[in-house]
Design a protein around this ligand. Structure first.
Ligand code: ATP
Length: 234
């Protein structure tokens, strides 16, 4: 069976002086369509490296990465740009919003360059920010800014949503609300969502749990009984 996301023997090396680090060391794993997948591992495990390779923000040195039947690991620079623009939505720890644009303008900016975007205002409304369209990032809380960044990613109507420590800069309660939004988005839209985190407690909410350490996959398991994040304590 063809998987939606598939890594086949993927390696990425960094050379610092005489030391060579395998940030990704012959990775083999897959994620199926519509899954809420959590990739968990300690600091330096290679989580961001893996996500960046999947999102076309970085290239691998060996192996193949497949998304929806397409080998995205051997794209030309031009193909990579198109891939990042159309196929992948990113959510980062520190939101990365444009400070002198309103919430609506931030989302519009992303959707303007896309093939089949969603309506920016409606997308902001869907993340609970219908009343804050004309606010600038500095006028919003951290949780609200992260919601804008989620709306910005979703408005591109991407095949895949990639979230790198999306709650890393948020307090406990706000972090839970953001994760609940991501889980609801996955359930309601059938979009594949991949979240990376240090927090092993969060794995209880995932359909698929992938553990990484030292650039390697320790395990890739389906969780038959994912729970709403509201039920998890950490
Ligand atoms: P964290 O949770 O701390 O963000 P991570 O699991 O996301 O960590 P990565 O950022 O992918 O891990 O890093 C994996 C390894 O690759 C680490 O040992 C890191 O020091 C190394 N690394 C990452 N980027 C570079 C780089 N540009 N140059 C050299 N080494 C790097």
């Amino acid at each position: 069976m063809e998987h939606f996301v598939e890594f086949e023997n993927v390696s990425k090396y960094y050379q610092t002086g005489s030391v060579r680090i395998a940030a990704a060391d012959h990775l083999n794993f897959y994620v199926d369509k519509g899954e809420f997948c959590i990739i968990v591992g300690p600091s330096g495990a290679g989580k961001t490296t893996l996500l960046n390779i999947l999102g076309g923000m970085d290239t691998c040195d060996e192996g193949h990465v497949w998304l929806d039947g397409q080998d995205v690991s051997h794209f030309t620079e031009r193909e990579l740009t198109t891939y990042r623009r159309y196929d992948v939505g990113f959510v980062f720890q520190f939101y990365n919003l444009v400070q002198n644009l309103t919430a609506l303008e931030n989302v519009e900016l992303a959707s303007e360059i896309c093939r089949d975007p969603l309506d920016p205002a409606a997308t902001l409304e869907s993340v609970g920010l219908g009343e804050r369209l004309n606010n600038f990032p500095a006028q919003l809380s951290g949780g609200e800014q992260q919601r804008v960044s989620i709306a910005r990613a979703l408005a591109k109507n991407p095949k895949l949503l990639l979230c790198d420590e999306p709650t890393g800069a948020l307090d406990y309660k706000t972090g839970k609300q953001v994760l609940a939004l991501l889980q609801r988005t996955c359930r309601e839209t059938g979009r594949t969502v991949i979240v990376i985190t240090h927090n092993t407690a969060l794995t209880a909410m995932a359909d698929r749990i992938i553990q990484v350490k030292s650039g390697q996959i320790l395990s890739n398991k389906v969780n038959e009984h994912p729970v709403p994040v509201e039920q998890i304590e950490w």
